[in-house]
Design a protein around this ligand. Structure first.
Ligand code: ZN
Length: 223
C-alpha cells in the first residue's frame, strides 16, 4: 500500500497509514479519526456504559459505513475537503499578506511538504490543514519578525516574497507547533477523562482546571 498521509487514531493513539488514492479502514467521527477496528471496539464499549452518551455510540456503531465514507470524503486526494483546505490556506494568505496572487512555486513547495519533502530533503509529512493551523499559531511572531526586518532594511523585498520567507520559518517550527498541539490535546483529553470519571461515579462535578489551554504566548517565546 502506498502511504501518503497519516492521521492519529483517537482510540489506540497510533498512526493510521492512509493512501489518499484508496482510503480504507478509517473512520471519521466527531472530527476525530480512528482505525475502523479500534472505532468498533470503542463504540461497543461506550454503548454498553450507562453514562457518556451510550445511545449515540450505539447509533455510531450501526452506521460505521457512513463514518468510513466520511473519512473517504475528508482524506481522498480529489475530495472536496482537500480542495477546501487549499482554498482555506489560499484565502488566509491572500487576506493576511494583502497580495493579489500567490506564486505557483509556493504551492509546489506546499505539495512537496505534504509528500514529506522540503528543499529536496525528506521531512515529516505536513497536511495543508496542519500547515494552516501552524501558520495561524505563529502569525503574531512572524509579524514581529517582519517588523524587525523592516526596521533593519532586511528580509523579503515584498509581501509575496514574504509568504515564502515565512513559510521557510514555519516549516522549521512545525515540530514545535505539533508539540504545542499535542499538549493542548492531552489537556483536553484529561478534562474529558476527569469529567467522565466524575459523572460515572455520580460524584458532584468539580471544576476542572483548563491548564495549558489557550496559552500560546509562553510557547511562542521560544520562537
Ligand atoms: Zn487505532
Amino acid at each position: 500500500m502506498k502511504i501518503n498521509i497519516q492521521r492519529k487514531c483517537n482510540a489506540c493513539k497510533c498512526a493510521i497509514d492512509i493512501n489518499r488514492n484508496d482510503v480504507q479502514g478509517v473512520v471519521y467521527y466527531n472530527k476525530l479519526y480512528y482505525h475502523t477496528n479500534c472505532f468498533c471496539e470503542l463504540a461497543e464499549r461506550r454503548s454498553a456504559l450507562k453514562s457518556g452518551k451510550p445511545a449515540e455510540w450505539k447509533n455510531a456503531l450501526d452506521h460505521v459505513k457512513d463514518f468510513e465514507q466520511a473519512a473517504v470524503d475528508a482524506l481522498s486526494a480529489d475530495s472536496p475537503r482537500a480542495k477546501k483546505d487549499t482554498d482555506d490556506l489560499n484565502d488566509y494568505l491572500i487576506e493576511k499578506y494583502n497580495v493579489t496572487a500567490i506564486p505557483s512555486h509556493f504551492w509546489i513547495a506546499v505539495e512537496n511538504l505534504q509528500k514529506g519533502f522540503y528543499r529536496g530533503k525528506r521531512c515529516k509529512r505536513v497536511s495543508i490543514d496542519t500547515l494552516l493551523a501552524a501558520w495561524k499559531w505563529g502569525q503574531r511572531k512572524l509579524d514581529d519578525v517582519n517588523k524587525r526586518n523592516k526596521m533593519n532594511h532586511k528580509g523579503p523585498k515584498d509581501d509575496v516574497q514574504r509568504i515564502s520567507y515565512d513559510f521557510a520559518i514555519l516549516v522549521n517550527k512545525i515540530p514545535e507547533y505539533l508539540a504545542y498541539n499535542a499538549k493542548q490535546e492531552a489537556a483536553k483529553e484529561e478534562i474529558r477523562t476527569q469529567s467522565t470519571r466524575i459523572n460515572y461515579n455520580n460524584l458532584q462535578r468539580t471544576e476542572v482546571k483548563q491548564e495549558g489551554l489557550g496559552d500560546i504566548s509562553a510557547l511562542l517565546d521560544e520562537f
